[in-house]
Write a protein that binds this ligand. Structure first.
Ligand code: PHE
Ligand code: FE
Length: 296
């Protein structure tokens, strides 16, 4: 953003006062992070990098290094923004938490990525329900350095604004696409399956599960199939979808979705763990440990 928006209030938090601007954007209270906060970042960062070697796609790991994300301390958004701006023109903005959908889409459509400013408490190190700084920054931000993936995220934001105008069912279809790509996507690399989804790379357990467990299905990317598929929010995914490249994602999502939403409205949704006749199955899951309830 070129001009600084008007400051409207302060959030009163355990880090002291956090400035909030008229747009709802929060200034990263970097000096307010405690030693515990930096230690949480360092612990999670070191642990994930160890798990992700040979598991996350090369683009992710290289981008994280290239943008200067290290375990030493919680990164400053302003510093990451210099690297992002030079690479792809993306900007990080601080937020308190999840945004209203339309605001979120509008930010993405303008190459602004909202990042939760606070990090989980030490006792939440293995699991936290809401996205925090570690999930957003470690998980989502590196791939914004990638030109094709960066374009996909912007296109997704524009598609979100459009779907929002069409209605809740279109929005649900689009949300499933986000879930199975941006959050839980796998990619086929020259040497086998790798992870690119932020929900996986920010979770030690799911990073192993997504690639190595016999339980889940691993199925080739298919746009309409994904947009019909329900998902899990409180357990590991029952199904992961595999792309061949970020360009495939870009090309497959380029067409106008309006007729696709209309077509999907007439079809049943697919439960999270179901394998369909037309699927390109890399692995049919054993279903071990699955609970029958709870698909969203
Ligand atoms: N092409 C989609 C549309 O017309 C927009 C979109 C692009 C959605 C990329 C998701 C990802 O709505
Ligand atoms: Fe996320």
């Amino acid at each position: 953003m070129s001009s600084q928006p008007r400051r409207v209030e302060n959030l009163h938090t355990d880090k002291g006062k956090v400035p909030v601007y008229a747009t709802g954007i929060v200034e990263q209270p970097w000096d307010g992070y405690s030693d515990d906060d930096h230690a949480t970042w360092a612990t999670l960062f070191a642990r994930q990098r160890e798990v992700l070697a040979g598991r996350a796609c090369d683009e992710f790991l290289q981008a994280q290094d290239a943008m200067g994300m290290t375990p030493d301390r919680i990164p400053k958004f302003t510093e990451l923004n210099d690297a992002l701006m030079a690479a792809t023109g993306w900007t990080l903005i601080g937020v308190e938490g999840l945004l209203p959908e339309l605001d979120f889409f509008d930010h993405l459509a303008n190459r602004r990525f909202p990042v939760t400013w606070w990090i989980r408490r030490p006792d939440q190190i293995d699991y936290i329900e809401e996205p925090d700084l570690f999930h957003d920054l470690f998980g989502h931000v590196p791939l914004l350095m990638n030109p094709v993936f960066g374009d996909y995220m912007e296109a997704y934001g524009k598609g979100g604004v459009k779907a929002h105008g069409i209605g809740p069912e279109a929005l649900q279809n689009l949300t499933r696409l986000y879930w199975y790509t941006v959050e839980f996507g796998l990619i086929r690399q020259h040497d086998g399956l790798r992870i690119y989804g932020a929900g996986i790379v920010s979770s030690a357990g799911e990073s192993v599960h997504a690639l190595e467990s016999a339980a889940p299905n691993r199925i080739g990317f298919d746009l309409e199939r994904i947009m019909r598929t329900r998902y899990r929010i409180d357990t590991y995914q029952k199904t992961y979808f595999v792309i061949d490249s970020f360009q495939q994602l870009m090309d497959a999502t380029d067409p106008d979705f309006t007729p696709i939403y209309a077509r999907l409205a007439a079809q049943e949704s697919v439960p999270a763990g179901t394998v369909l006749a037309g699927d390109h199955v890399f692995q049919r899951g054993s279903g071990e440990g699955w609970s029958s309830e709870g698909d969203v």
